[in-house]
Design a protein around this ligand. Sequence first.
Ligand code: AMP
Ligand code: GLY
Length: 436
Amino acid sequence: MTILLVGGGGREHALAWTLSRSPRVGTIVVAPGNPGIARLPKARLSPVRAEETDAVVALARAEAADLVICGPEGPLGLGLGDAVRAAGFPFFGPSRAAAEIEGSKAFAKRLMADAKVPTAAFGVFDDIAAAERFIDAQPGPVVVKADGLCAGKGVVVAATKEESKAAVRRMIGDREFGAAGARVVLEERLFGREVSMMALCDGDRLALLPSAEDHKAVFDGDRGPNTGGMGTYSPSPLVDDDLEREIVQRIFEPTVAAMRRMGRPFQGVLYGGLMLTKNRGPVVIEWNCRFGDPETQVVMVRLKDDLLPWLQGAAAGHLPEGRLRSVAGAAVCVVLAAANYPGPPRGGDVIFGLPADGTETADGVLVFHAGTRADAGRSGTEALVTAGGRVLGITAGGASLAEARERAYGAIGTAAGKIHFSGMHFRNDIGARGRS
Ligand code: AMP
Ligand code: GLY
C-alpha cells in the first residue's frame, strides 16, 4: 500500500514510524515531512505543503494513494478531507464541517450543551459590553477564549475579573488575533489535572487510544508561559478502567452521536483535553479534530496492534471489531526546545548525537523530529540544525514509568553519543507528576 501523510512535525514522524512497521505498508509519501521522516526506509518526502489542498489532491493521484492521512488541523479546516474524498481517495480525518469541533469553540460548546456532555459553563459574545456584563455576573474569574484557531495562543486563564475584561477588550476591540478573536467564548474557570484522551472514530463507533498527559508550561513544576507541549507520558496514572469507561460513555459517545445527528459525522481522531474535577468528574476543556502533538509520540510507542486497519476502517466508516490493544508499561516523550522558545525560536544551531540513520538510537530510544532542517554548513558537510520551537521529541517505552523516563532522559546530554544543541532546553520533570 501507498500512504500519503500530510504534515511535517513530531506527530507525523511518530505516525510515519508506526505505519512503516506495518507489513502491509510499502511506501509512505509525506508532504512536506521533515529530515527525520526522510530517514525512515519506507518514507519519501514531497515538497507539497499541507495547506495546498489542490496540490495534495494532485499528489494523491500521482502516487495512486491507497489512504490519505492528515496530521494538522489547518488543512482539515480548509476542507482537505472533502477535496480528497471527492477525488475518490480514502481519507483519514474529518470533513470541514466536522473539523468545526476544533475550528470553532462556540460550535463545540453548543454541541456539548445540546448533547449534555460535561463542560464548563459558558457564553458566546461578539460585543464587549455584553461580555463584561457576563463576567460581572459570574462568581469568580472567567477564562477568555478566541473563537477561531490561534495556534494554541487564544486562551487567557484569568485570575481576576479585571484580567478577563482586559482580555475581551484586546480580542474583540483591538483584534489581537484578527478575525479568530472577533467572537469570544467566556468560560467558568475549572480546577483539576488535565488528561489527553484520543479516540479513532468512523462516524458512528469509536476506539479509544491509551491515555496521556501533556506538560504545557515551559518550565519544571508547570511554571512559565504555555507552549505547544513540552512532553508527554502514557498512560495517565489517573485514568483507570472505571474512569476510562465513564469518559467513553459520558463524553465521547454522546459527542460522536451528536455530530452524526447534525449531519457532520466525525471520521478521524477525536482528541479531548479533559479536566478531572473534584465535584463534576471529567469535564471537556477542548475538542481537537486531530492527533495530539506530542501525545501521539507516546501513544504510538505503546500500540501493540497494527494501526493501519484502524485508520483504514475509520476512513471507510467501519472500524474493526474489538479493541485496539496497547502494551503494558509506559512511554515518555521529552521535547527538546530551541533557544528562546516559546518566544520566536533561534534557528540554525547544529544538532549533535542524532542516530546515524533511522529513528532509533543504539539504545532503542526514538528520536522524533519536529523543527529540524538540513543545512550544508560552512565545512560543506551537511548537518541537521534547529528550525522551529519544538526541535525533537525524545521518546522511550519501558516496563514502568520510571524505566521509560530513565531511558528517554538517558539519551539527552553533552556526552559523546548523547543528543544536544546550543540553546537547548527541556523539562526535567516529564512524567514525574505521579498520582494525586
Ligand atoms: P484550550 O486551548 O482550550 O485547551 O486552553 C488552553 C489551556 O487553558 C488548557 O489546557 C487549560 O489548562 C486552560 N483552560 C482552558 N479552559 C479552562 C477552564 N474553563 N478552566 C480552567 N482552565 C482552562
Ligand atoms: N498537545 C497539545 C495539542 O496537540 O494540542
